[in-house]
Ligand binder design. Sequence first.
Ligand code: NAD
Ligand code: TYD
Length: 349
Amino acid sequence: MKKTIIITGGAGFIGSHVVRRFVQNYPSYTVVNIDALTYAGNLENVKDIEQASNYIFEKVDITNAKAIFDLFEKYKPDGIIHLAAESHVDRSITNPLEFVMTNVIGTVNLLNAAKELWKEDFSNKLFHHVSTDEVYGALGSEGLFTEETSYDPHSPYSASKASSDHFVRAYADTYGLPIVITNCSNNYGPNHFPEKLIPLCIHNIIHNKPLPIYGDGKYTRDWLFVIDHARAIDDVFHKAEKGATYNVGGFNEWQNIDLVNELCRQMDEKLGREVGASAKLITFVKDRPGHDLRYAIDANKIKAELGWEPSVTFQEGLSLTIDWYLSNDEWLKNVTSGDYQKYYTNQYN
Ligand code: NAD
Ligand code: TYD
């Protein structure tokens, strides 16, 4: 079936994998990638598909309501997959307002544009909002987040994502806008900006720099390979009932310190370093304020209803990820020059 889909944030980490999947798997769809190309957006992430005949890129900031309305008028999309966001918790602690602007106002601009464009007929239309498990807050050592868990965000990032989720549901309840929401756990994989734990540590191991572990390192996250997240988004976009929410996760919990040790082990092997060499770089540093102890997802609903489950184990996914960074040193060099150095110094010194 012919369709036009707008994917926001398609030059970022997860968005680039979603754009690639839709461009390659759905040749009858026109995929319009909208991205403001902030520090986290990088067209190199979608270089391999930029010549595809069903792919269009538009540099647009979602906080600009007029530009978003014009773009919706121009392309008349049947579907939106919304990933554009400020996504890093530590940056949200330094600059919360930017997170309100993009994650809340930007989302409402997209909702308004979709509502206006589709107002005559909502059938065969869909607004898919991509969100995070961080909206549910923090778990103790027991339990899992389900789709029924109450929202309890703690960081400015998670508060802004929670707010955007509420707006998406409010537009469904108030105006009948056809929506779905996915709340996913921590992703890892190729093209991940090296401000987040795994790519930051890969970068630092390569350069023999300290690996900064916040607090005691016992904080726990569930990790999912990014390509499996893109598969989940595809499944939910095509198969979910309107109004549904799905939690997406890897059934794969790690304490940060164990994860970084495993990363060091695999990297020592790949780099031909002596056993234990990279782990010596581990350095415990000042904790993140308001640091959530544990996130863990119950992803059984998407598994039971849509037949989705992770396709790679963590060992496989981590190995693929390290290999990607080792063979894309130009990409890594480009994203860690200039502003990144300033960010790194402010954050860690
Ligand atoms: P990212 O930071 O790598 O990419 C975000 C993209 O959005 C970038 O390309 C950036 O240029 C673009 N963007 C930012 N502000 C914009 C604006 N005002 N207008 C247009 N584009 C803008 O983020 P990511 O890790 O790929 O996350 C994508 C989405 O998935 C986010 O909504 C995030 O909340 C969600 N999510 C991320 C994770 C994770 O582990 N990374 C987990 C669950 C959910
Ligand atoms: P991060 O990748 O920032 O994702 P999130 O905060 O969204 O879960 O961090 C993952 C975990 O790693 C989190 O518990 C914070 C911790 N962490 C460190 O210990 N050191 C670091 O330098 C970073 C960036 C994160």
